[in-house]
Design a protein. Structure first.
Ligand code: DC
Length: 227
């Protein structure tokens, strides 16, 4: 069977990774979470005093880019690849609200984007990849055979993310999450370099009122049509 490239873009917490993982599993493709890469660079920046509430040393971040090594390793128990930052598994650490609060600022920096996009394109060279993010269908794989653009209302998205974090034991409030989601929407859509926009040939899926199973049925059909 022909292998295609599938790009899944959209707003924060629209369930991009859920659908991308399901598709990758069903089609035996590789799933890549490009947001995890921006999050890992953010974690590095927080740990190395590059960014905080009161400063952002962009020059130092650019200088340090050669010291930031990212790679994914498949975890058979989880069924997807986890991200490693300079050899350390940071899959859990990068999901904190603190990282979420700074990641859009890090993702605005063109030098960061250039480095990560190159790495993402290398991962997709052999096709058979499902990648989720913000610029996958527009910048990383403009020729992807299937492009999905996920949306849902911000209150729906905040509720889902809140439930997820509470389940993990994080002490967060719904309002904090909603504020973070709305702030990221604004920065992600208004940045100069590769802003979040729907590719002209992307199929928009509003999953506010779709169950996970309904969404999968819909998207799997679309994928089979392209294959
Ligand atoms: O998918 P996510 O919420 O984990 O992504 C975290 C942030 O990374 C998001 O707010 C914007 C940025 N990002 C990006 O700019 N480009 C991508 N391809 C993926 C994520």
């Amino acid at each position: 069977m022909k292998k295609i490239t599938i790009a899944v873009d959209g707003f924060s917490s629209t369930g991009k990774s859920t659908i991308a993982k399901q598709l990758a599993k069903k089609l035996h493709y590789v799933y890549v979470d490009s947001g995890a890469m921006y999050r890992a660079v953010t974690l590095y920046s927080l740990k190395n005093n590059i960014i905080s509430e009161s400063y952002f040393y962009i020059e130092k971040l650019i200088e340090d880019l050669d010291k930031i090594h990212l790679n994914f390793k498949f975890n058979a128990n989880l069924g997807f690849a986890e991200i490693y930052l300079n050899g350390k598994n940071v899959e859990l650490e990068i999901r904190s609200l603190q990282v979420s609060n700074y990641v859009s600022k890090i993702a605005e920096i063109s030098e960061v984007r250039k480095k990560l996009v190159e790495q993402q394109q290398e991962m997709g060279i052999k096709n058979g990849v499902v990648m989720d993010g913000r610029d996958i269908g527009t910048v990383v794989f403009p020729k992807a055979e299937l492009k999905l653009f996920m949306t849902a209302s911000s209150s729906n998205r905040a509720r889902r993310r809140f439930d997820e974090l509470i389940k993990k034991g994080d002490k967060v409030t719904y309002d904090d999450i909603l504020q973070n989601i709305e702030m990221r929407d604004l920065i992600d859509t208004s940045r100069d370099d590769s802003p979040l926009v729907k590719a002209v040939d992307a199929i928009e899926i509003d999953n506010s009122d779709l169950s996970i199973d309904e969404q999968f049925e819909l998207v799997y059909k679309l994928a089979l049509e392209k294959i």
